[in-house]
Design a protein around this ligand. Structure first.
Ligand code: ZN
Length: 199
């Protein structure tokens, strides 16, 4: 259906391809953008380009950062012997917001999902194992989501790490099943962290 110009259709298609944005939202955003002053549109497109070009993975924990090493990994006051494994940078942000966790992180950028064909090699697991070989680590806290994928990943990680003798713990459930960590309130997050059990 060519109700709009080809340019608008292309914009709608691009927006609709983003996660969580359906056809109607894409249309609404497209018309909003088209009616913005040109300098606002430039700011928006520059922000997207700059973020894409300048953000990369922290060399240590794989979270997204503008620097080689992220502020958490670069902070000497953090406990570098405790590593919390999370699925994505948003989960890391959720724990950082509590201000109560003083260890460091490892960001997997996904979870193992046989259904979606995502295997251990598709997430940042080998980077974690590398860290455990080169850094002095007392505990690995597996804080993946309580979804099927998150649990599968937790079991896999536990099996990998067990032979090294390093303590592996899992955050307490009570985190809603399938719930993304970023949507859970700080009290629940802290309770899950404090109630963690050894795997
Ligand atoms: Zn880092």
């Amino acid at each position: 259906m060519d109700l709009y110009s080809g340019h608008i259709n292309r914009l709608i298609d691009e927006l609709a391809s983003l996660p969580g944005i359906g056809g109607k939202s894409a249309q609404r955003l497209a018309f909003y953008i088209i009616n913005l002053p040109k300098d606002r549109v430039k700011k928006l497109s520059d922000a997207i380009m700059n973020a894409r070009e300048n953000v990369h993975y922290c060399k240590v924990c794989c979270t997204l950062t503008d620097e080689d090493i992220c502020p958490v990994c670069g902070n000497p006051n953090r406990n570098h012997k405790v590593i919390m494994v999370v699925e994505n940078a948003r989960d890391l942000a959720a724990y950082e917001k509590t201000g109560k966790y003083d260890g460091v992180y490892h960001v997997l950028h996904g979870a193992i999902s046989p259904m979606l064909g995502i295997g251990p090699g598709d997430i940042r697991l080998s980077e974690l194992m590398q860290r455990l070989q080169t850094e002095e680590v007392d505990e690995v806290i597996v804080a993946t989501n309580s979804s099927l994928e998150g649990e599968t990943t937790a079991m896999y990680i536990s099996k990998l790490i067990k032979p090294t003798g390093i303590k592996v713990t899992r955050i307490a459930s009570g985190v809603p099943v399938g719930g993304d960590l970023e949507y859970i309130d700080e009290v629940t997050l802290l309770r899950a962290l404090e109630g963690r059990t050894e795997l």
